[in-house]
Design a protein around this ligand. Structure first.
Ligand code: DAH
Length: 368
């Protein structure tokens, strides 16, 4: 029973309703209470509360009106009370039923709205990962050499000193081993292992596996015991190149490198070779390309020289062929090795190589 209707718990006599007009006024009061209550109902739960409160068989308002008003009234008042009650019942029942339909319709509409697809809404944007700048650069370099007929091969990052040094013409205690600050793997004495300091060991592994002609590039990670700074990482990426056949000359080497530089840095980039030393090439050279920052005029990046060193290279030393069973009298070839991370930062004007490893998405997003 709704709280604000204490009158239905009293009899008409107690309420002093002794004329049909007073009875009608009481019914009007009850009806207006009902009208307020029914408009306040907004969902299924409150609708059930309303229905039970008004139509409940024992304690509903209409049951109380029947018990307290109709039944005790005498013949003089009974017709008026009966009429009032009938009208009230008709009104309450139809209004409650009406409200039920409205609530159901609203619920159905809400459910439909939840399922309806609004084609004008922006789509859910899923952040796609992108290839890291180093990976992009590796792939770009690979594509250039693939066009020249080079094949791409992979090799192990943990190497034996034989492949990393010895077969590259550096016997144990050879001072040239000091060119690479090497990480040694903690293994029992005769089974020494190193983290490869360069991709050059794959020259040996490739030639061991196949007779000439050889034309491969080897992208991969290399490791050196260097303290990281703006131009050093202790893990970085190289691409090794090796071309061996029975008629390869220094001119082939130069042409290949010039093609690469034009493709990678642009047609206006020029190349120069400086004599150098590597145990596994003879003659050896360092390859410089026109500084891409200042186009050769001289700047901070190229230390005012106008040139950037981009790789070590040379003609494969005949001694190396001896380690892989090639006949040094019949074959010749060139090899080169370049630092991919360094090339990436040069190409994109990045002044600290370490950003490549820090994985700051604000940096990575600049290279979609
Ligand atoms: N492996 C050398 C390095 O890491 C780079 C290099 C120089 C590779 C000359 C070569 C080469 O293939 O012929 O410093």
């Amino acid at each position: 029973m709704p709280e604000n209707l204490p009158i239905v718990e009293q009899t008409l006599e107690q309420l002093g309703a002794d004329t049909p007009e007073r009875v009608a006024a009481l019914f009007a009061k009850v009806r207006s209470e009902f009208d307020q209550a029914v408009t306040a109902v907004s969902d299924e739960v409150s609708w059930h509360v309303l229905r039970d409160g008004w139509l409940g068989r024992k304690a509903g308002v209409l049951a109380l009106v029947t018990d307290n008003w109709l039944k005790p009234s005498g013949p003089a008042m009974k017709p008026a009370v009966g009429r009032g009650l009938n009208e009230l019942r008709g009104h309450v029942e139809s209004a409650i039923e009406e409200r039920r339909k409205q609530i159901e319709a609203q619920a159905a509409e809400r459910a439909a709205a939840a399922e309806r697809i609004d084609f004008s809404l922006p789509g859910v944007e899923r952040a796609l990962g992108t290839r890291h700048l180093v990976r992009q650069t590796l792939e770009e370099i690979e594509r250039i050499f693939l066009r020249l007929g080079f094949a791409v091969v992979d090799g192990p990052e943990i190497e034996t000193p034989y492949y990393n040094f010895e077969a590259l013409n550096m016997p144990e205690f050879h001072p040239a081993r000091d060119m690479w600050d090497t990480f040694y793997v903690d293994t029992p004495a005769p089974n020494q292992l190193v983290l490869r300091t360069h991709t050059s060991p794959m020259q040996i592994r490739t030639m061991e596996r196949q007779p000439p002609p050889v034309r491969v590039i080897v992208p991969g990670k290399v490791y050196r015991r260097d303290n990281p700074d703006a131009s050093h990482l202790f893990m970085f990426h190289q691409i090794e190149g090796l071309a061996v056949d029975n008629d390869i000359t220094f001119a082939d080497f130069k042409g290949t490198i010039e093609f690469f530089v034009h493709e990678f840095l642009g047609k206006s980039a020029r190349t120069r070779l400086r004599p150098s030393y590597f145990p596994f090439t003879e003659p050896s050279a360092e390859v410089d390309a026109t500084c891409i920052v200042c186009s050769g005029r001289g700047c901070r990046v190229c230390k005012q020289t106008g040139w950037l060193e981009i790789m070590g290279a040379g003609m494969v030393d005949p001694a190396v062929y001896g380690f892989v069973g090639y006949d040094p009298k019949k074959v010749s070839g060139f090899a080169f090795g370049m630092g991919v991370d360094r090339l990436a930062i040069l190409k994109y004007g990045i002044d600290d190589i370490q950003v490549l490893m820090q994985n700051d998405v604000r940096f990575l997003r600049q290279f979609p």
